[in-house]
Write a protein that binds this ligand. Structure first.
Ligand SMILES: [Zn+2]
Length: 455
């Protein structure tokens, strides 16, 4: 692909500034929907780069979009910048050392994700301008991936309506094309109310909401045997009603997350969990109300786009880490268990390589990778636009997701290299789609095929 080299030079030339953006966002970890400073940094960078900037997308103050180019197809590159609670950590040290007790930290690497995605968009912008090509590139700064599914609201508001192709990436231990597998999920609260009474003097007058929560959990645990094997259900008691055992608890509340491989499998599961809640209320003579807090769709893959990403990855080769990068990664690995390292290889379908600390291989497109059983709000975008993603190697192999070790590695030279590398793959694939109408058509045909019977 003759356009890859020129766009890679643009990425290289801009790399340092975007690594600095990533570092600034790392230094101001903010939780979902509260990413005011991080979103402002992203908006300012977009303006400096000459993008046309819109903020407050879908009524979310921290959602920001930058567009460049004129006419033609629209390529979206998706970024994020939210942090996680309780994962504050000093950078560049291989021991758990929070910078602030209970503070937030970039333990999923979204500082890199956002800056790297914008770097790719900025390079595509310059490439379009330099070649006088009709087409637009948009950077989508999407809030609250971790706890709020920001993209879902942006999709619902039509923010992707005129987009032809969407690309994204996520920091990881290996650089690879992402498996288009994630679970659709919904998060719901069930609130029971009963009648308080003295648990010893008048137990017959009380109706326990806490009993209802316990019975509901038992019911759902029995249901597990009779649901699809890749569905997942988790719960947490938000309110046990009180702290006094000698009171019949008049109210109690439990939060459920229900996940399934496909949206069409998720809806019947939700209905069954609701029936169990009603059954628990019936058994305890309490009442129950439920409230949906949020949800995400499963990811739809896109073969032609995944192949294009893979071809560009192959052309570029794995990120070039040096001995200093490997030395620090080895110190991080010393804080992990052997299991973590083995499972990281398995997730990418790679044989376990003894002594490997940072990725130096690209897993084949058909590597027997274990599917990702989590969820992502990129899934919602993938149902309205042909979407594909890569993982970019930015941390030691085996580093668990959402751990202090990811925060610790978030602004090291290795993380910067992995981020710039990922930006090159995204930028090269975006310019390929923009200059090859046949590829664009194939990606769209694949999308229509997947959504035809199941829109
Ligand atoms: Zn993440």
């Amino acid at each position: 692909m003759q356009n890859a080299e020129p766009v890679w030079s643009i990425v290289d030339a801009k790399g340092e500034e975007f690594c600095a953006l990533s570092d600034r966002v790392w230094g101001m970890p903010e939780l979902g929907f509260q990413e005011t400073r991080s979103a402002a940094e992203h908006a300012a960078m977009l303006k400096r780069e000459g993008f046309r900037v819109t903020t407050g997308i879908a009524g979310i103050p921290t959602a920001v979009v930058g567009e460049a180019g004129e006419g033609g197809p629209v390529i979206a590159i998706l970024g994020e910048f939210d942090a996680l609670p309780g994962l504050s950590q000093e950078a560049g040290v291989a021991e758990h050392r929070p910078t602030e007790p209970n503070g937030s930290g970039h333990a999923c690497g979204h500082n890199l994700l956002g800056a790297g995605a914008m770097l790719a968009a900025a390079a595509v912008k310059d490439w379009l301008a330099a070649n006088g090509i009709k087409g637009r590139v948009r950077y989508y700064g999407c809030p609250a991936e971790e706890n709020g599914a920001g993209k879902l609201f942006m999709v619902r508001e039509g923010a992707f309506e005129d987009v032809d192709i969407a690309l994204s990436w996520h920091p990881a231990p290996f650089t690879a094309v992402s498996r288009p597998v994630s679970l659709a999920n919904v998060s719901m609260d069930f609130a029971f109310s009963g009648r308080a009474s003295h648990a010893a003097a008048a137990p017959h007058l009380g109706r326990s909401a806490l009993d209802a929560v316990e019975l509901m959990n038992v019911g759902v645990n029995y249901m597990r045997e009779h649901m699809p094997s890749d569905a997942r259900i988790h719960y947490a008691t938000l309110d046990a009603g009180g702290v006094a055992p000698n009171v019949v608890q008049a109210k109690a509340r439990v939060r459920y997350i229900i996940r399934a491989r496909e949206l069409v499998e998720l809806h019947p599961l939700i209905a069954r969990v609701k029936k169990i809640a009603e059954g628990a209320a019936l058994m305890t003579e309490t009442t129950v109300t439920s409230k949906v807090l949020g949800g995400m769709s499963n990811l739809l893959g896109n073969k032609p786009l995944e192949q294009a990403l893979y071809d560009n990855l192959q052309r570029l080769g794995p990120p070039q880490f040096d001995d200093a990068d490997r030395k620090f990664a080895a110190r991080i690995q010393a804080t992990l268990r052997e299991d973590d390292i083995v499972s990281a290889h398995r997730r990418f379908g790679l044989p376990v390589k003894k002594g490997a600390v940072l990725a130096d291989v690209i897993p084949p497109l058909d590597a027997p990778a274990a599917p990702m059983m989590g969820s992502t709000d990129v899934g919602d975008v993938s149902w309205v636009v042909p979407t594909a993603q890569i993982r970019g190697a930015t941390h030691a192999i085996g580093t668990p997701g959402h751990s202090w070790q990811i925060t610790a590695q978030g602004k090291l030279p290795a993380a910067h290299k992995g981020m710039v590398h990922a930006a090159k793959v995204l930028a090269a694939t975006a310019v390929e789609v923009l200059s090859d109408p046949a590829l664009m058509a194939k990606a769209k045909a694949d999308f229509h095929e997947r959504t035809r019977d199941n829109p």
